[in-house]
Design a protein around this ligand. Sequence first.
Ligand code: NAD
Ligand code: UGA
Length: 458
Amino acid sequence: MTFKKNILCIGAGYVGGPTMAIIAYKCPQYKVTVVDINSERIDQWNSDNLPIYEPGLDETVKAAKGRNLFFSTDIKGGIKDSDIIFVSVNTPTKIFGAGSGMAADLQYWEKTARQIRKHAESHKIIVEKSTLPVKTALAMERILTSTDSEIHFDVLSNPEFLAEGTAIKDLENPDRVLIGSRETESALKARDELIEIYANWVPRDRIITSNIWSSELSKLVANAFLAQRISSINSITALCEKTDADILEVARAVGMDSRVGSKFLNASVGFGGSCFKKDILNLVYLCRHYGLKEVSDYWEGVVRINDYQKERFILNMMSAMFNTLAGKKICLFGFAYKANTGDTRESPAIFISKRLTEEKAELVISDPKALHNAMTDLDGVDGKISYTEDPYEASANCDAIAVMTEWEIYANLDFEKIYRSMIKPAFIFDGRNILDHERLFEIGFNVFPTGKPALTHF
Ligand code: NAD
Ligand code: UGA
């Protein structure tokens, strides 16, 4: 079978895997190969047990794998054979040297650029899929053109806006696809080639173009705005708890203003995930670099409120449970940073678990998809921690339950049975406001929602 073009994706992670699966699924005329340095990950992609859990992913991969979707560790061969290269390697926060704890660590990105330069034998379109500091395309161009080779490269920015847990839905029906490019004839031609791929399933008016720097920056700003909404509503939960106002009622009233909108106003124990904090700090670092102190301070506040919210959760637990957690057994319902994913990167549950063990509480962690990651995250933490998927088993003989993740199963449990099996007085701290608080109170629990008056029997 001859394909119209060969697409390569470097980086088979949460973005590379699902994104390429959808491109391959929707565009059988393209050959799509996903490569990674992590051979274990590639083996998993090639098995029936995919490395990530994402609703709809198994079916999509199954439909295209072996037809026009391939997973491989042959990075050199992949680069040589490709026409278009998506780069979706990780760009975590730097944890060493200048900018430590804030700037993006671009070492994986740069290595990829050097690999492309080394193995490319013909013109390539390079697509930035990873989230990067604005102006990274310039660095990529400089690396690619720093040899005597005549090979021409066009670098495009095409940030990914999918959210985990809904990745397949988001990819199939994106709000927009953004493509940033230079204005040269060659870059515009490259841009059109990328548009042609997406146009196989995305309505043309949702594929938008911009200059390359706006595109890079838009991704950071989109995440900053989303996280800002969560910190805004979470900051108000603290005030609600002091004033007997109810955050659900406030969010509803505020969100019904069409200028504000109702989405992303769910109060919580804090936002997690691999990107919000990383991308905001990246933005903060960039602003500092350009001497924009007020702007950087403003955005840093979003992360500060998130840290405050997580610590507040612990302090609320302490104060409700008679100012000591030592020796108490606490069950966490959920460990993933959000529902419908097994991903635990930056999950608030990690912070909460560590703080609870510092307070000498005993932990039982429950989650339908994230227990394996939870064990890795808490490996080496000093304290008594056990892991049980079944929520009934997990909560039995516990003093308290703390809801960390909004998994639907937790809302529909038999709480009378759970109450009977717990130590009394029994407490529930709902860090996601997914439970029926009045009903729990009637059963006998002391209930502490987020941003709503507590319901206690004392
Ligand atoms: P990830 O860690 O799941 O995957 C990255 C993969 O790249 C890893 O498997 C790693 O082994 C591989 N890799 C690193 N260096 C490599 C190299 N030189 N050659 C080949 N493979 C290499 O990361 P992710 O969550 O998929 O995120 C990737 C990028 O996409 C990040 O910049 C992130 O900010 C952005 N992003 C992520 C999401 C998300 O939901 N996770 C959404 C939008 C954007
Ligand atoms: C987020 C963005 O939504 C995506 O558009 C973006 O592509 C992605 O980051 C990225 O760049 O990685 P994701 O982190 O997967 O996606 O999930 P979200 O649904 O945004 O949730 C992030 C965190 O915020 C979760 O911990 C979630 O529970 C929390 N959240 C979300 C709230 O606490 N309240 C809300 O109202 C919404």
